[in-house]
Ligand binder design. Structure first.
Ligand SMILES: Nc1ncnc2c1ncn2[C@@H]1O[C@H](COP(=O)(O)OP(=O)(O)OP(=O)(O)O)[C@@H](O)[C@H]1O
Ligand SMILES: [Mg+2]
Length: 437
């Protein structure tokens, strides 16, 4: 089957001055952070002023981008080719600090102090599911408001589901909107046991912190906290809505990153539908870590059957060799044969420990040139089966969403942890075609 879906072209997207925000989302571990960083490097080296907002980057990648401090402000990335007039800043999201900033910017100083010092706040700001997603959006809003960059590339948190990024702020918004807190406050006001019971049942994630404070202290903390937060409910909700609108704006492009595996693509498929439902602009799908082969014209079936033939041949030669002089068939010429002979000797050494003569011969036989070639063919067949499976998965996605442009990035031999690796990923992204067809 031929490649029919439209090709995602990242270079025109990166170069377009109208593109102001790119959001890389997708399920856990698929390459969101890598894609975001690679796009940032590429756009900067093509002349744009870019900031990349990363979330939990792997340590080595963070180091290579100069992200050694978690100080919540963008820093210039060294080693970027700035000759085209661009530059790259990068930052890691510090969730706690972002939450603090939100409080500081939205409450008067005395109230802000009361909130920040409240032990209850400390567990809330770190512990709530969705806080990270909310804070990523909050930070995006802040960066956009500074208007220092042509392009903001946003990584998203390592959620199980890509949809969490869109759902979490609303969930957190509705929590902060008051229902939950009012519920919390009502029994606390009454000062009775009911309040404690509710806390214990509903907020078990905070028990660590709660255990540190007891009884009356706890209630007082809760009340101070609730009173202080009360003034901010509206603000949270308003900003969550504003960031939501920013995500729907024409200058925003979503890239859904997925691995060419069934579950990941199913997830990507939901996400694509969800973006459409929310009228959020999808630029395309990045299929990351796709496998290819330099010899794709040789199918798995043919490679396997050739391997079998070679193995038969090797077995026959082995029999003949044994019939002639009883020493195995490690002869032949060329590099492969030399290696084979070397390893064959080692295998024979190993086999002499109490093994029978015919056992040694069998070990030797596995390393004959024919057997080596057969082994390679089998490896190739396995690779081709992976390639084939990935192709079927990709085609299934394409048949569900024929309109979604796709770029493929080959699985690189090692992790991507430096600027050179990011440039390679960027090139693959821009090329967009399967590594080898
Ligand atoms: N094309 C690729 N070839 C080889 N390795 C890759 C490729 N893309 C990503 N990786 C590696 O895969 C790992 C996961 O990538 P990454 O951290 O970007 O995923 P993520 O989606 O951000 O994960 P999380 O959901 O945990 O945040 C990293 O070690 C990265 O170096
Ligand atoms: Mg990540």
């Amino acid at each position: 089957m031929t490649w029919q879906t439209p090709l995602l072209r990242v270079d025109p997207l990166l170069a377009d001055p109208a593109t102001r925000i790119i959001v890389c989302c997708g399920s856990g571990g698929v390459g969101k952070t890598t894609t975001a960083a690679a796009l940032g490097v590429r756009a900067a080296e093509q002349g744009r002023r870019v900031v990349v907002l990363t979330i939990d980057p792997a340590r080595r990648l963070a180091q290579s981008m100069g992200l050694t401090e978690l100080d919540n402000t963008p820093r210039r990335v060294e080693g970027i080719d700035e000759s085209a007039g661009g530059r790259l800043d990068a930052m890691m999201l510090d969730m706690k600090r972002t939450f603090d900033e939100v409080v500081l910017n939205n409450a008067d100083p005395a109230r802000a102090k009361a909130i920040l010092e409240n032990p209850f706040y400390q567990s809330l700001s770190a512990g709530f599911a969705g806080t990270q997603e909310y804070m990523a959006m909050e930070k995006l809003g802040q960066l956009r408001a500074r208007d220092e960059w042509d392009l903001i590339v946003v990584d998203t948190p390592p959620s199980r589901s890509a949809l969490d990024f869109l759902d979490a702020p609303k969930r957190l918004g509705s929590f902060l909107d008051g229902k939950f807190i009012k519920l919390l406050m009502a029994p606390a006001k009454a000062g009775g046991r009911a309040g404690m019971l509710f806390l214990n049942a509903g907020m078990s994630m905070m028990t660590g912190a709660l255990n540190k404070v007891v009884g009356a202290h706890l209630l007082r903390d809760v009340q101070t906290f609730v009173a202080a937060m009360d003034t901010m409910f509206g603000g949270f909700r308003k900003r969550a809505d504003a960031t939501y609108r920013l995500l729907q704006a024409p200058g925003t492009a979503f890239l859904v990153v997925a691995a060419p595996e069934r579950d990941a693509l199913r997830e990507a498929s939901y996400f694509v539908e969800r973006l459409a439902a929310e009228t959020m602009p999808l630029a395309g799908l990045v299929l990351n870590r796709v496998h290819g082969s330099g010899a794709a014209q040789l199918t798995a079936e043919r490679a396997l059957s050739a391997a079998e033939q070679l193995e038969d041949l090797a077995a026959e030669e082995e029999d003949e060799g044994r019939a002639e002089d009883g020493t195995g068939a490690a002869g032949g010429t060329g590099d492969g044969a030399e290696d084979a002979a070397g390893d064959g000797a080692a295998a024979e050494d190993a086999a002499t420990d109490g093994a029978t003569v015919s056992g040694a011969a069998v070990d030797g036989q596995e390393l004959s040139p024919e057997s080596l070639a057969a082994g390679l063919l089998r490896l190739h067949a396995e690779r081709m089966q992976v390639v084939e499976r990935e192709r079927r998965t990709r085609d299934r996605f394409a048949s569900l969403h024929p309109e979604v442009p796709v770029a493929e990035v080959a699985a690189l031999p090692g992790d991507v942890h430096d600027l050179a690796g990011l440039r390679t990923v960027g090139e693959r992204l821009a090329d967009g075609r399967p590594a080898v067809t």
